[in-house]
Ligand binder design. Structure first.
Ligand code: AKG
Ligand code: FE2
Length: 225
């Protein structure tokens, strides 16, 4: 079902002022959450880009037709982290234990949502929660959402596999050299044994063939006696 007339205004992070406090807060929160998983607090900051982060102003007009009308259809945010500021009207609901739960409006508080990318990066430790906005019959509603997004060229993987990959990359030179040393000595020994075995087989076959050849030759020779 479509959203009922929700309109939005978008500003990107590169405008240099409008969302600087959101940028700082998002970095701080992402840092704490990354740290909590045993990673550098700059881990997410490194893959995010101010020019792809953005601030969105949402307007939900009053909808007298039905109280069951969506202001915003159920969805998860696809970014890393969303910082949401809503007015006093209410209408935001989130999915908890398979039930929609209304988020009590508090204009003094911010709502922080984990996005799909943070869920993927954290290996599902942090969950990207499904949410929706129900339209209000009588009042229009406003909210402001800041989305912390990765740069277009960053590669997103789970933090444990990227940490493991980085660890492996560090270890690789020593693993490689020890592997080649070991296989080298093993291989040399195996090769030498094989050659020795083959040589003895070949030489016994040659002696056998030579003997057979002599016997045939002897048999085919007319008796000189
Ligand atoms: O308006 C709200 O409370 C939620 C907005 C939202 O979920 C979004 O912009 O992705
Ligand atoms: Fe959302």
């Amino acid at each position: 079902m479509a959203n009922y007339g929700a309109s939005s205004f978008v500003a990107t992070g590169s405008d240099g002022g409008i969302c600087s406090s959101h940028v700082k807060l998002a970095k701080l929160l992402a840092g704490i959450l990354a740290n909590n998983l045993g990673h550098r607090k700059e881990s997410l900051e490194d893959i995010c880009d101010l020019s792809t982060c953005f601030l969105r102003l949402n307007r939900y007009p009053a909808c007298p037709i039905s109280p069951e009308m969506f202001g915003l259809v159920p969805h998860t945010d696809s970014d890393f982290l969303t910082i949401l500021c809503q007015d006093q009207v209410g209408g935001l609901q989130l999915m908890k234990d398979s039930k929609w739960v209304a988020v009590k409006p508090n204009p003094e508080a911010l709502i922080v949502n984990i996005g799909d990318l943070f869920q993927a990066w954290s290996n599902d430790v942090y969950k990207s929660v499904e949410h929706k906005v129900m339209a209000n019959e009588k009042m229009e509603r406003y909210s402001i959402a800041y989305f912390m997004c990765p740069s277009y060229d960053s590669l997103i993987g789970s933090c444990s596999s990227s940490a493991a990959a980085a660890h492996l990359r560090n270890l690789l030179p020593s693993i490689e050299s020890s592997l080649f040393e070991n296989t080298g000595t093993k291989f040399n020994r195996m090769f030498r044994n094989l050659v020795t075995k083959l040589a003895s087989k070949i030489s016994s076959s040659i002696s056998f063939l030579y003997l057979a050849f002599l016997l045939i030759l002897k048999g085919s020779k007319p008796n000189s006696q």
